[in-house]
Structures are given as structure tokens and as C-alpha cells.
Design a protein around this ligand. Structure first.
Ligand SMILES: [Zn+2]
Length: 861
């Protein structure tokens, strides 16, 4: 599953012990499901029936499996009716047989009715408007993590792999799609019965059903048919995803050493949104929310296109890593998500080298992982999961995804790409169609490389936190350089500074010379001799998961030779120095010196990273006079960079320049740059008569600038434009913008829309999150006052954390108390993880702001 950007602040951790019973027993296991579904989209309900072939391994009178929110009418075993009881709290059903079922094969049958939901959990609906103004409703399923049980009674845990045969009734003229190809029969009433072929053995969370007024376009990649499925009229926008998927299928078939095992691979575009995820790797039927899959050349930016490749690469990597070989239990979710996230950049670096994806990961992904990992809210990558709530929490963007990806990258960098891939191929061959735990991956990588992988990898997966390597020395003697390396811990708060030890693999080199390779294992000072003389780079290429701090003299030497460093090392130094100023381990002036070394014509990723850092700095002091000085500094520094690359896209320019232009226009617009603001207003005025008046390259940041700075009259214009828009993706984009006005009165008007009838159930949380970006206090207070409404709009898995997350951006001293009071009033102790994380986030931000104030104030003169 690929999370949305917003999910980073939504997901949370809890230290509370599990409350409910753990996993289902193994006396009875499913072999094959035969499921028939008949939806009533109008009534938002469906009827279902199924026959499950099971293997009884130990004679038993009771059989327990999962079911949630299903009204079960009939249950039978081997054709004989049985009694059953529902356990709603644990989402289970238990059958009681008249006599014990004997060891061997049996069949269980159920008939039920279920709900079609408005938000993306279980079987759900997406409402949208066609280009001609007619209303449409698409149906789709979203089962990860534990929501297949809302569709049919199942052993809904990843280790109970079984074969699935799905049948579904679709309305006249509406195609239906599932994991496998289907055969359709028309029925006398005009409806259609789809019979989908039986799947290979797989986990229940990967099953998919979708239907609607859709069209499909395909390409062949070897023997595999790849399809995009879209609402009517936009299938050609799937061309970029199809071409990318074709390249990726060939690439992955080779990388994993196992050919893609299904006859087809569909990518389905849903014209809606979720606050939680952007795409889901259902085997052979990947679901995406539309902007993650379809490229609209009239409106999308270059970075939007790269995002499509990234998401497709992520979900396709899961077809092997996740779908073919699956974690045994959610404790090891990181195996799925860390690997798929790492593969996004690996495949992009090989297939789109001009994106510099590996370097971009140092600038952005690594920072996201380390940011949360350096606070009290961190946790080990592998952590024990028991309850349904904890399964939802396991989808933690910072740790499970971003730190997971960085740790996989560190292991590849330590073993070398060829030995690493050999280990992955052996692991795939050995465990295909099965389930694994993390140590089984370490074993295959150890066999392939001859290196003790587990001995250092476990330090990064079984404990939270970020190592900090400090380098001193650096004197040259007889053509080599002696350095001293100290290991400590990097933390933004007291809890995350508690002493801890890692075995940190490192490459250390003088610029341009052969690197020394070592593993720094203890906190005792460690001496290392490096070939050559000159400035020393620690963690060369930024392959390892650690912060690095240099003593004053070696740091000054690196700044003086900044231009000679490899791109990853320049980005890593910008990231480390900024972070060390935040943690108080180093003066802000040290970061400022590194920043001053970035030349106007630096690699665009460097300026994109600086732009993001300055944006965060401005946000840190929102509401204080220092903010205006930071913004003025930002305009002075970034304005010339934008002037150099220009507002208009140039023919044959690097995709990274296009990304940078988008970043700079957005950042300068956010900082109140008068030139960007004037342009934004001029472009918007033209939009009324010409929908394509804004060049796609800067459309998103120009609209963001306009909306952020809108006057009441301009906001009314934006609202009118939103209401008139028929393209569902464009409309969703406008809805979000309506929430981002700086004017608090306009933020209040945006919140009123959440109570009205102009927006769909999926659009309302979008606007609320937009308001929370600039007015966290207003958004939080509104959500608390309208709690029942807000809860009804949010998927169950994200509900507990959603309202507390709205206040997490607040700089108001009263907010932590308000969040705490909310949690105590409405949430059981076990569900307060989101509230705790929001409170911790606010505390860290305040401490960081206090720590850096003097240094930042000096810098922003
Ligand atoms: Zn994923």
C-alpha cells in the first residue's frame, strides 16, 4: 500500500499493551473460497454467499473465523445448518457443530448481507460526475489491513493463504474487475454475471472486486497483459502508467528471478480520495486513486508524472514482495513496505537515470524517516501487533516505510547490489506462495554474501532511534589520514537521547580517494586510517542510516570543498547540519555555512531540499515576528534561483529543473513574494475563460499561492470555479485549496462547507486537512465540536488519530491540553496513540524553536 503524503501526520504509535486475543487458531485452515457477491449500489448494500473448502487438522466442534459488519443469515458445515455466535469486538464468528468435524476436508457455507461504505474500507463507493454532468458511482474494495472480513467471512490474516474464486453481479453495461480474468454472462434482466478464474493461493487482504461505468486499455509485456481501467473518457491518460508498467514488469521479472505469475495485471483508477492511502497492491488488480495513476498533460506537473512512476513501481514491487511472498503477520509489515519503498528509487534510478532518484531519496525520504525516529514517538521497525487498532497503526509512514527503505538501502550498500540481488532471488525462489519473517530474509542475504547481515541489521530493526557518528581528527601523515569516530545517539527530545548502541556499517574516504569500509560497533572512540589526504567524508554516498557530525576544522574543510563532493554527500551534509541545529548538537551557524556553500547553479535537488528546509523553518516560527524575517531571507536566497531557471518550462530541460521550478514557485508564493503573487492573480483571472490558461509546469503552485493569499472576493471566485468543475480530480484539487486561505475568516467559511451538502463524503476530510495546514487550532476545535460528523467521514483504521492530528501543527500553548482532554473524554487508553503523538510533535517543535531562536535570528538579519 502506498500512503498519502498526509498520512505521515495521521499515523501514530502506541505503547499500550494489547487488549484483545491474538491470531486465529490453526485447527482449521481454509484451502479455497468460492464467493458470490450481488451489490445494490443504490441502496449501498450487497448480498453474499460463499462455500469455503477447509482442512480440519484437529477434530473440533467449534470453528472460528473473521467477520465484521456482516448480517449473516445462514451458516452450514458439510451442508448441515449449524449455530453460530458473533464476537463484534474481535470481529469474529464462531460456528458450533453438533458433533466434532473429523480431520480432513470439509465445506462451510455462509449467506449474508453487508454494507457498501462511503470511505475506503471493505466494499466502498466512489461518487463522481461525468464530463456531461451525469452522476456516477463506482464500486471497489480495499481490504488491507483487516477489512476483507467486511466483504465475506474469512480467515482474514495474511498467513492463511488460500485460492479464491469470485463471482459478481454487475449492472447492465458496467464491466467488473477482479484479480483474475473473468467470463461474463448476460442475465435476462440485463445484469451481468462475472465468473472470475480461480486465483493462486494468496492472502485475503489482496482480493479485489471493482465495477462501474469504466473503460480499459491494454498493452502486452511478454506474456502478461497490462491494463489501465478508468472512468469514461480518460483512458488515454493511462498511457504513461502503462508504458512505465511495461518497463517495470520486465525489470522486476529479471530482478526477482521469478516471472510475474498471473495472466494479467490491471491498474484501476478510482476518481476519489482517501486521507490514508493512495494505492493498493491487490494481486493482479492494483487500485489507485486517480491522480496517482493518470497523467493529465493539460494540468499535471513533471513531479506529478514522477509520482505516478513511483507509485506504480511501489505497487508492482509488491506483486512479488508482499503478494507472492507475504509477511507471516503484521509485526513484519516493514518487509513489504520498506522493500517496496526502497524499490521505487532503485527502479527509477535504473529506468529513469535523469531523475537522480537515489540522491533524491537522501534529500527527502531519509529525512522523513529520521525526523520521526529521533523523537519519543519512535518505535522499532519490527514491533508486536495484536489488535485490529494496532494493525492500522503499523502503517506508519515514517518508520515502517521510510526508515524501512533506508535500512534496506543500507544493507544493499553494504553487501553490494549483485550479492544483495542474489539473496533476494534465493528468498523469492524459496518462499514463493508462502509467508516469512524478517530473519528468513537475513539468512538468505547472509548465504548470498557471506556477511553477518543479521548482526548489524537487527540493531536497526529491533530498536528505534538514529545513530550519530562524530568525526574528529583528520590529520594527514605519509599519504593517509587518521580519523577518530565516536558513536552516540541523535535525538530531538530527552527520551530519544537515551544511550543506545548500533553496529553501523560505514564507508569513509578523503575526497576522490578509495574509501575505507568498517563497522563502528561501540561507543568507544574508534580510530581509522583512510587513504589519501584532504577533507574526509564520513558515510560516503550516505548509504548508511546515521547522522554525521564533524568537528569544526574538518567541517570547514568540507564547506571549502563543497563543490567537489558527490551529490548524495552534499545533500546528506545539508540534511545532517540542519538536523543537528534542530537537536542542539551543533550551532545553526554551521548549517548556515553549508547553506552558503550551495551555488546558484547547484543540482536542482539541492535547491529543492533547501527550499523545503526554509519552508519548515518558516513554519516553526509561524505566529512570531521572526517568521517574516525568515520569509524575507527565503525570498532573497531563492528568488535568484527561480529567476535563473525562469517561470516557463524550457524545451529539453532536466525533469529536476521542472521539479525545482514547482518547488520554488510554491515556496516563494508561500513566503509572500509579491512577484509570484501578482502572477498567480493574473493567471487565475484568465482561468475563468480558459481552463488551460496556467502552464501545467506551474499550475499547482500558482493555484496554491492564489488560494493561500485569497481575499474574500477571490475565495468566492475559487468556490464558484469548484462548484462548476466536472472533472473529479480537478474538483478534488480545488476543494483542498479552499481550505488553505491564510485569512481565518475564509478558513471558517471552508469549515462550514464540511457541514453542508456541496461536497462528497470523501471531499470533506480533504478540506478539513487543508484548513489544519494553516489554522490547526480552528480545524481542531471545529472537528471536536462536530465529532460525530467527522468520525463518519474517516475510515475506521484512521479515525482515532484523525482529530488529534488536526491540532498537531499548532503553536498555541493551549493545544496539548486540548488534545489530552479530547483523548480522555472520548478514547479508551489503547486508542490514544494518535493523541500522544500529536502532543509529542508539538513539544518537539516548541523545544526546537526555542533552541534555534537565537541562531536563526542572527542568520535572518
Ligand atoms: Zn506498499
Amino acid at each position: 500500500m502506498k500512503l498519502t503524503a498526509a498520512a505521515l501526520t495521521l499515523m501514530f504509535t502506541t505503547a499500550t499493551p494489547a487488549l484483545a486475543a491474538a491470531q486465529l487458531g490453526r485447527d482449521v485452515v481454509p484451502i479455497a473460497y468460492d464467493i458470490t457477491i450481488d451489490p445494490n449500489a443504490q441502496a449501498m448494500s450487497f448480498t453474499g454467499s460463499e462455500t469455503i473448502t477447509v482442512d480440519v487438522r484437529t477434530a473440533t466442534r467449534t470453528i472460528t473465523l473473521n467477520a465484521a459488519d456482516l448480517a449473516i443469515g445462514k451458516a452450514s458445515v458439510d451442508g448441515k445448518p449449524v449455530t453460530f455466535t458473533m464476537d463484534d469486538a474481535n470481529q469474529r464468528i464462531t460456528l458450533t457443530l453438533p458433533a466434532a468435524a473429523t480431520v480432513g476436508k470439509h465445506t462451510i457455507a455462509f449467506a449474508w448481507t453487508g454494507k457498501i461504505n462511503e470511505s475506503a474500507a471493505g466494499f466502498f463507493a466512489i461518487d463522481y460526475t461525468n464530463g456531461d454532468g451525469s452522476k456516477a458511482r463506482m464500486l471497489a474494495t480495499q481490504f488491507e489491513a483487516p477489512d476483507a472480513r467486511r466483504f465475506a467471512p474469512m480467515w482474514d490474516e495474511p498467513s492463511f493463504k488460500a485460492k479464491f474464486t469470485l463471482r459478481a453481479v454487475a449492472p447492465k453495461g458496467q464491466p467488473a474487475f477482479s484479480n483474475m480474468p473473468g467470463v461474463v454472462t448476460r442475465r435476462p434482466d440485463g445484469t451481468q454475471l462475472y465468473n472470475f478464474r480461480q486465483s493462486p493461493v494468496m492472502s485475503s487482504y489482496l482480493l479485489f472486486l471493482g465495477m462501474g461505468d469504466m473503460e480499459r486499455k491494454t498493452v502486452m509485456a511478454g506474456k502478461t497483459e497490462i491494463g489501465v481501467i478508468t472512468r469514461k473518457g480518460v483512458k488515454d491518460q493511462g498511457d504513461y502508467a502503462l508504458a512505465s508498467a511495461k518497463l517495470l514488469l520486465t525489470y522486476y521479472n529479471d530482478y526477482f528471478g521469478q516471472p510475474y505469475p498471473l495472466p494479467k495485471l490491471d491498474m484501476i483508477a478510482g476518481p476519489g480520495t482517501s486521507q490514508f492511502f493512495g494505492a493498493m497492491e491487490n494481486w493482479g488488480a492494483i487500485f489507485y486513486f486517480e491522480p496517482e495513476l493518470l497523467f493529465d498533460a493539460k494540468r499535471a506537473t513533471e513531479s506529478g508524472k514522477q509520482r505516478i512512476f513511483t507509485v506504480v513501481a511501489h505497487e508492482m514491487a509488491h506483486q512479488w514482495f508482499g503478494d507472492l511472498v507475504t509477511m507471516s503477520w503484521w509485526d513484519d509489515l516493514w518487509l513489504n513496505e520498506g522493500f517496496a519503498s526502497w524499490m521505487e528509487n532503485k527502479s527509477a534510478a535504473d529506468l529513469n537515470p535523469d531523475w537522480f532518484a537515489r540522491d533524491a531519496a537522501v534529500a527527502f525520504d531519509r529525512e522523513e524517516g529520521m525526523a520521526i525516529d529521533a523523537t519519543a514517538a519512535t518505535h522499532p521497525i519490527i514491533r508486536h501487533v495484536e489488535t485490529v487498532d494496532q494493525i492500522g497503526e503499523a502503517f506508519d509512514a515514517g518508520i515502517t516505510y521510510k526508515k524501512g527503505q533506508a535500512v534496506i538501502g543500507m544493507i544493499e550498500s553494504t553487501l553490494g547490489p549483485d550479492k544483495f540481488r542474489a539473496g533476494i532471488r534465493a528468498y523469492m525462489a524459496k518462499y514463493k506462495y508462502g509467508n516469512t519473517q524478517t530473519d528468513q530474509l537475513w539468512t538468505e542475504l547472509e548465504k548470498a554474501s557471506g556477511l553477518p547481515v543479521a548482526s548489524f541489521a537487527r540493531d536497526f530493526t529491533l530498536q528505534g532511534g538514529v545513530p550519530l557518528i562524530t568525526m574528529t581528527g583528520g590529520t594527514c601523515k605519509n599519504g593517509s589520514t587518521l580519523v577518530t569516530l565516536d558513536q552516540g545517539r541523535f535525538g530531538l527530545d530527552q527520551a530519544s537521547k537515551a544511550p543506545q548502541q548500533w553496529a553501523v556499517p560505514l564507508r569513509v574516504a578523503t575526497i576522490g580517494d578509495v574509501p575505507a569500509t568498517t563497522i563502528v560497533k561501540s561507543t568507544k572512540p574508534y580510530s581509522l586510517t583512510v587513504a589519501g589526504c584532504g577533507p574526509v567524508v564520513v558515510n560516503l554516498g550516505k548509504g548508511s542510516y546515521t547522522r554525521v557530525r564533524y568537528a569544526a576544522q574538518p567541517h570547514a574543510a568540507l564547506v571549502a570543498n563543497y563543490g567537489k563532493l558527490a551529490l548524495a554527500d552534499r545533500l546528506g551534509m545539508l540534511g545532517d547540519d540542519y538536523a543537528l541545529a534542530r537537536s542542539g548538537d551543533q550551532d545553526f551557524a554551521v548549517y548556515a555555512a553549508t547553506l552558503d556553500a550551495v551555488p546558484t547553479d547547484a543540482n536542482p535537488i539541492e535547491w529543492s531540499m533547501v527550499s523545503e528546509q526554509l519552508g519548515r523553518l518558516s513554519g516553526l516560527y509561524a505566529g512570531s515576528p521572526l517568521k517574516a524575517r525568515i520569509d524575507a531571507s527565503t525570498i532573497r536566497r531563492l528568488g535568484p534561483v527561480l529567476a535563473r531557471i525562469g517561470y516557463e518550462a524550457q524545451p529539453n530541460e532536466s525533469p529536476l529543473v521542472a521539479n525545482l521550478r514547482e518547488d520554488l514557485v510554491g515556496r516563494l508564493g508561500g513566503a509572500g513574494d509579491p512577484e509570484v503573487l501578482t502572477r498567480a492573480r493574473a493567471y487565475f483571472a484568465k482561468l475563468k475563460t480558459d481552463p488551460s490558461a496556467i502552464p501545467p509546469a506551474i499550475r499547482a503552485p500558482i493555484l496554491a499561492t492564489f488560494a493561500a493569499n485569497a481575499t474574500p472576493a477571490e475565495w468566492d471566485d475559487l468556490l464558484a470555479l469548484t462548484k462548476a468543475e466536472t472533472n473529479p480530480v480537478v474538483k478534488n484539487g480545488y476543494v483542498r485549496l479552499l481550505g488553505t486561505a491564510k485569512d481565518p475568516a475564509l478558513a471558517m467559511r471552508a469549515l462550514e462547507l464540511v457541514k453542508g451538502n456541496d461536497l462528497t463524503a470523501q471531499q470533506k476530510p480533504t478540506i478539513l486537512r487543508g484548513v489544519a495546514g494553516g489554522h490547526p487550532d480552528l480545524a481542531f476545535d471545529f472537528a471536536v465540536a462536530n465529532k460525530a460528523l467527522i468520525d463518519s467521514l474517516i475510515e475506521a483504521s484512521s479515525r482515532a488519530a484523525f482529530i488529534p492530528s488536526l491540532g498537531a501543527g499548532s503553536n498555541d500553548a493551549a493545544m496539548p491540553g486540548k488534545i489530552q482532554a479530547y483523548a480522555e473524554k472520548y478514547q479508551p487508553e489503547a486508542a490514544r496513540g494518535g493523541a500522544r503523538r500529536s502532543i509529542a510533535t508539538i513539544a518537539v517543535r516548541k523545544a526546537v524553536a526555542d533552541r534555534m531562536r537565537a541562531g536563526v535570528s542572527d542568520w535572518a538579519k
